[in-house]
Design a protein around this ligand. Structure first.
Ligand SMILES: O=C[C@H](O)[C@H](O)COP(=O)(O)O
Ligand SMILES: C=C(OP(=O)(O)O)C(=O)O
Length: 355
């Protein structure tokens, strides 16, 4: 029965496959599940201060071309293997983009990059990409944005993020309370760290909320709470917040609120004004802070094969430069590889000082 008063502004409802269908189509299997589980535990141990390595979440601002993402993953996996005594490298494999005023919302929402919004294909492509990246030997990090998307892909994800635009959202905090991996909350867009700490506190609690189950049925979801929620410093409208004093204050506030004693620092976004050249300078400064023993458990870098960014123009995907970001500007591969070496060296210096 159609209602005369409901759904007046909805144009279509298009059914999606059930999460279980997609997971059965592209199963992880025991080997990959073991790898995801080990990566989650290891990341948690680093951020909680029980492992003296540094987690580095590094990769494109967004995945728009799975072939280029996998090409990048193979390069990163080889470099990560060389540095694994000091660094625990997690590839940023972001499929969902929160936008400030509009634009392409990521590979899941619009895999054709053309406004066709073939979301079922996007979910399938995202899951395929995650499986392929795990097969390179890397762990994967994603931002979770759509409240039901984790049911389709989260079993493959070792680290999750709640972004600056949603860190105050009850929906996302509840979602994080049920996610199976360590989840970082970014400080707010204005730079407020308190809202991210509140996010960690809500995520750590048991929650009851609306969601879907593995069969895609609307469900009441009850969660245990996520004990591994932690803080990500990404700068804000008032400027960067990766300096020593900001890191020390944030880490102390996190510890005092019962969360991790170490923070994640995002070298991109408002910590570098989205300028990839500045981002590399910020990574170098952070390496010095890591070497000095500051409470930094992880660092985030936006990096792809080619430096910089490009606009998705009228020619669509066909007109794009291979391996270059279509969202925020990224550090190119050669510079990324060098910076990973600098960070590994910083960890070695920290260890030498700690004796
Ligand atoms: O990381 C990506 C972007 O910073 C985020 O999605 C916002 O982008 P926008 O301000 O270009 O919309
Ligand atoms: C959107 C992102 O960052 P932020 O939430 O910090 O703007 C991101 O990391 O892709």
């Amino acid at each position: 029965m159609m209602s005369a008063t409901g759904d007046l502004r909805v144009t279509t409802f298009e059914p999606l496959p059930a999460p279980r269908e997609l997971r059965d189509e592209l199963p992880l299997g025991q080997g990959r599940e073991d790898a995801v589980e080990l990566a989650r535990t290891s990341i948690d141990r680093v951020i909680s201060g029980h492992d003296d390595r540094l987690v580095v979440v590094v990769g494109p601002c967004s995945v728009h071309d799975p072939v280029a993402a996998l090409d990048y993953a193979r390069r990163l996996a080889a470099r990560a293997a060389e540095l694994d005594g000091e660094l625990l490298v997690v590839m940023r494999v972001y499929f969902e983009k929160p936008r400030s005023t509009g634009g392409w919302k990521g590979l899941i929402n619009d895999p054709g990059l053309d406004g066709s919004h073939r979301v079922a294909d996007g979910l399938r492509l995202a899951r395929r990409t995650l499986v392929d990246v795990i097969d390179t030997g890397l762990a994967v990090g994603c931002e979770f944005l759509e409240p039901t998307s984790p049911q389709f892909i989260a079993d493959a994800v070792a680290w999750g993020a709640i972004g600056a635009r949603t860190t105050e959202s009850q929906i996302h905090r509840q979602m994080a309370s049920g996610l199976s991996m360590p989840v970082g909350f970014k400080n707010g867009m204005d730079g407020d760290v308190g809202v991210a700490l509140d996010g960690c506190t809500v995520a750590a609690q048991e929650q009851v909320f609306f969601g879907v189950d593995a069969d895609g049925r609307a469900s009441v979801v009850s969660t245990t709470g996520n004990p591994s929620a932690h803080l990500i410093l990404r700068g804000g409208k008032s400027g960067p917040n990766f300096d020593s004093a900001s890191v020390a204050t944030a880490a102390e506030r996190s510890r005092a609120a019962g969360h991790a004693p170490r923070v994640v620092v995002d070298a991109s976004h408002a910590n570098s004004g989205k300028d990839h050249v500045r981002q590399a300078e910020v990574v170098e400064l952070l390496a010095g802070q890591v070497a000095a023993g500051e409470p930094i458990g992880a660092l985030m870098m936006e990096s792809f094969i080619e430096p910089g960014r490009q606009d998705l123009g009228d020619d669509g995907p066909a007109g794009l430069v291979y391996g270059q970001s279509i969202t925020d500007a990224c550090i190119g591969w050669d510079e990324t590889s060098r910076l990973l070496g600098v960070l590994a060296d910083a960890v070695a210096r920290r260890r030498a000082t700690a004796g």
